[in-house]
Design a protein around this ligand. Structure first.
Ligand code: NOJ
Length: 497
């Protein structure tokens, strides 16, 4: 058919011109996190983390009372996981270290030999297969013993974390060159303390979340400074943190200011202190919370201030930016008496905005995840506008489903459309995106959704003691993108001619 030939010819012209190719040194990976995949929650000398405790103590808060006790059994099946990564042809694998597996007391007085061996095995085997390890030091699983001392609301947590980071750098930094200190403080500070649906499960909106906010910034910064002083010259790696940022757009033309406020609350709180030239909290947010606190009769702001020294300590503590993206929301100012009431600002007491979704945005099986591929491009452009021409690694992006199907067309489409927007951000908007990470390598423990929501490139059979992994169509699709280093994958149409 002539028209098919025309399509093919233009497709091949595209191929030759490489319009849909990724830059030559662009890297692809997939991610997981310790509590979500490892299981073995009480094996050997591992101690209890806040997620072990939360899942065991408040089963009613989790779909089907699920726990991560066994999860994907990656503690035993790590070799299989690496095989999966290798079959996808990925350049890197992002995984996290469980603090309680490596340093069971929470402090550097005791390092677990088993913990050390486990992560050394993963790192060495990845490297043998020419896959770079990208390591997150903290993905939601604080030692419960430190939680008993206040956890992320105790200012000493910054030093506890820096001491843990020093151990991690000293054990693994000879081989690990890309680090993430903290994953998504917005989840374990704001969502956790505003609504209690994440460990540790305490509700302290407008107080606990802000104390946690400040301590995470100091913890990240102190770990970064440890790397600078003690390891960088020998190890030559890169350190950042991973923030999940929704694209927040004005509901209508008059809501530009409300949307910008919301962006500063979501993206700015954990970025401005580190990535901006001025450092410190985003000024607009700092002002609103100070005013509200005053109206409430408080002699200080509920958002703890940074001292001048702290601003300097935190500012500039990055070698790149880690960015997790899933979805978008609309924003408008609240009418008097109206409540925000919607994720991700549920329970947040200070910014009077209303969050919504557009009717044309398709919802996935996860209640919070609407498919908005253009959001990733817009958010990347916003990050560049706010913080300058910094290197950005997309540290998570992926699609939820509740069914176990291996034929996951919706997920294939999600990846394709998001990758298209990433390419546009690079090629049209000049954003320095250097890599992309699919969330997630395989179905795993999706926090309070238990095993009911799946994000995996591989299906995992949680009924089977072997936790059998099976590649989905999205795994095939992703592998072909990685192989061709382009969105013009595997020349299918040409083959069919
Ligand atoms: C971000 C978190 O880092 C990850 O743990 C979670 O599973 C995904 N979002 C999907 O909700």
């Amino acid at each position: 058919m002539w028209w098919l030939k025309a399509v093919v010819i233009s497709a091949s012209v595209c191929l030759v011109l490489g319009k849909r190719d990724f830059p030559p040194d662009f890297v692809f990976g997939a991610a997981s996190a310790a509590y979500q995949v490892e299981g073995a929650w009480n094996v050997s000398d591992k101690s209890v983390s806040i997620w072990d405790y939360f899942a065991h103590t408040y089963p009613e808060k989790i779909v089907n009372n699920a726990t991560g006790d066994i999860a994907c059994d990656s503690y035993n099946k790590w070799k299989t996981d690496i095989e999966l990564v290798s079959e996808l042809g990925l350049h890197f694998y992002r995984f996290s270290i469980s603090w309680t597996r490596l340093m069971p007391t929470g402090f550097p007085d005791y390092i677990s030999e088993d913990g050390k061996r486990y992560y050394n095995n993963i790192i060495d085997t990845l490297l043998e297969k020419k896959i770079q390890p990208v390591v997150t030091m903290y993905h939601f699983d604080l030692p419960q013993s430190l939680q008993d001392l206040g956890g992320w609301t105790n200012p000493l947590v910054a030093d506890w974390f820096a001491n843990y980071a020093r151990v991690v750098f000293s054990l693994f930094g000879d081989r690990v060159k890309t680090w993430l200190t903290l994953n998504e403080p917005i989840s374990f500070c704001d969502i956790a303390y505003n609504v209690g649906t994440q460990a540790p499960g305490y509700i302290s909106p407008g107080i606990g979340n802000y104390i946690c906010n400040k301590n995470t910034m100091l913890a990240h910064a102190k770990a970064y400074r440890v790397y600078d002083k003690e390891f960088r010259s020998k190890q030559n790696g890169k350190v950042s943190l991973a923030n999940q940022i929704l694209w927040l757009e004005p509901d209508t033309d008059v809501d530009g200011e409300a949307a910008e406020k919301a962006r500063q609350l979501m993206g700015g709180m954990y970025s401005h202190p580190i990535f901006s030239k001025q450092g410190g909290w985003p000024p607009v947010i700092e002002k609103i919370i100070a005013e509200k606190s005053k109206e409430e009769g408080l002699p200080y702001s509920r958002l703890p201030a940074f001292t001048k020294e702290e601003i300097e300590l935190v500012k500039g503590t990055y070698d790149y930016m880690g960015f997790n993206f899933y979805t978008s929301r609309t924003v408008r100012d609240a009418k008097p008496g109206e409540k925000i009431g919607a994720w991700p600002f549920e329970g947040a007491p200070d910014i009077d905005i209303v969050i919504g979704v557009r009717p044309e945005w398709k919802q996935t099986d996860a209640w919070w995840l609407y498919i908005t591929p253009e959001g990733i491009r817009k958010q990347l452009a916003w990050l560049k506008k706010e913080y300058g021409d910094i290197e950005i690694l997309i540290t998570e992006n992926g699609c939820a489903s509740s069914n176990a199907d291996v034929d996951d067309e919706v997920r294939v489409q999600y990846y394709k459309e998001h990758l298209e927007q990433v390419l546009l951000a690079i090629k049209e908007d000049g954003v320095k995106v250097t890599g992309y990470t699919a969330w997630t390598l395989m179905d795993n423990y999706e926090w309070t959704d238990g095993y009911s929501i799946k994000f995996g490139l591989h299906h995992v059979d949680f009924e089977n003691p072997n936790r059998t992994r099976t590649p989905r169509s999205s795994a095939d699709y992703y592998a072909s993108v990685v192989k061709s280093h382009s969105l013009d994958v595997n020349n299918k149409i040409i083959d069919e001619l």
